[in-house]
Design a binder for this molecule. Sequence first.
Ligand SMILES: NC(=O)c1ccc[n+]([C@@H]2O[C@H](COP(=O)([O-])OP(=O)(O)OC[C@H]3O[C@@H](n4cnc5c(N)ncnc54)[C@H](OP(=O)(O)O)[C@@H]3O)[C@@H](O)[C@H]2O)c1
Length: 324
Amino acid sequence: MTKAVRIHETGGPSVMQLETIDLPDPGPGQVRVRHTAIGLNFIDTYHRSGVYPVPLPSGLGLEAAGIVEETGEGVSTLKPGDRIAYGNGPIGAYAEAANVFANRVAKIPGPVSDEQAAALMLKGMTVRYLFKDTYPLEPGDTILFHAAAGGVGQIACQWAKDLGVTLIGTAGSDEKCAIARRKGAAHMINYSREDVPARVRELTGGQGVPVVYDGVGKATFEMSLDCLAPRGLLATFGNASGTVTGVDLGILTQKGSLYVTRPSLMHYVARDEDLAANTADVFDALARGAISAEVNQRYALADAVTAHEDLEGRRTTGASVLVP
Ligand SMILES: NC(=O)c1ccc[n+]([C@@H]2O[C@H](COP(=O)([O-])OP(=O)(O)OC[C@H]3O[C@@H](n4cnc5c(N)ncnc54)[C@H](OP(=O)(O)O)[C@@H]3O)[C@@H](O)[C@H]2O)c1
C-alpha cells in the first residue's frame, strides 16, 4: 500500500486528495522507486485544473527522486538500492512510491542529493532543450526570459551566464528581480510596473532580442513579440497566466516576419538517447557548479494543496519539493 495524491475531477487545488492505493509489482522494464523527494512543477497545476486533460481518476506529478526497491522482468541497468531520479513522468510522482521505466530514469551522481535531483530534473532538462535545441544559443547572444525568479527561470539565469549569454529577465516584484539578478540575470525588468518592450529596446540598442523564452503565456504573448528583432523566435513554453489562443498569424508579419514555437520537453526527450544526453548535460552543469538547484519551498506530501496554492499564487521562488 502506498499513499498517493489523486484527483477524481479537475478543478482548484482542493480536488487533490491523499489516498492509499495498491501499487502493483513493477512490470517488465520497470522498477519500483521509493520516493525521497518529489519535484513540484507548474505543469502539475495544468493536469489538476484540466488545462492539460488527463484520463480520470489520475495521480499527479512528473518528477521525483528516490531509491529502487524492486526491479521488474528484463531490467539489467538498475538494482535495489540504486538512487535514481526522473523528470518526465509517468504521471503519478506525488506518491510515496511509483513504478517507472528503467530506461527513462537517471542514476543520481554521488555528490548530488535526492532533493537536488528532484528539484532539477524537469526544470534543468527544460532549460537545456530550450537553450540547446529550440534556439541554440551562442556566447554573446542577448535573450529575454520571463518569470526569471521561478523554478525554470532561476536555472535559466545560471545556465545563460555559464554560456556567456546576456539574459534579460522579467519578474513580478522587485524582490524577485533581485533574486534573479543574484542567479545571473544581467538585467531584470519588473513586468508588473515597467514597459517591457521599451526596456528591452533600450538594453539592446533598439534592436530587440533574437529569442524570447516565455513560460507565462497569455499575459505576455504580445509583449514578447514586441521585444523580438525582425525574424526573431518566440518560444512560448508555458501558460502560467493562461493559454494563448486565437492568434491572427498576420501579427507575425506586422511585427517583423517572426517565428513562434510552442515546445514541450516531452517531445525533445522522447527518444531514450535524447533523454540520456539531456540528463547528462544537466548533471554536468551541476557538477561544474554552473547551475544549482535551489529548493526554497518544502511541503509534506499531504500538503500538496498548499503547495499548488503557493505556486499559482506567485508566492514561490526557485524550486519547490514535496517530501513524502
Ligand atoms: N514546455 C515545457 O517543456 C515546459 C517544461 C517545464 C516548465 N514549463 C513551463 O514553464 C513555466 C515555469 O514553470 P515552473 O514550474 O518553473 O513555475 P515557476 O516559474 O516557478 O512559477 C510560475 C511563475 O510564473 C509567473 N507568473 C506570471 N503570471 C502568473 C500568473 N497569472 N499566475 C501564476 N504565475 C504567474 C510567476 O512569477 P512572477 O511573480 O515573477 O511573475 C510565477 O512564480 C510554466 O509555465 C511551466 O508550465 C514548460
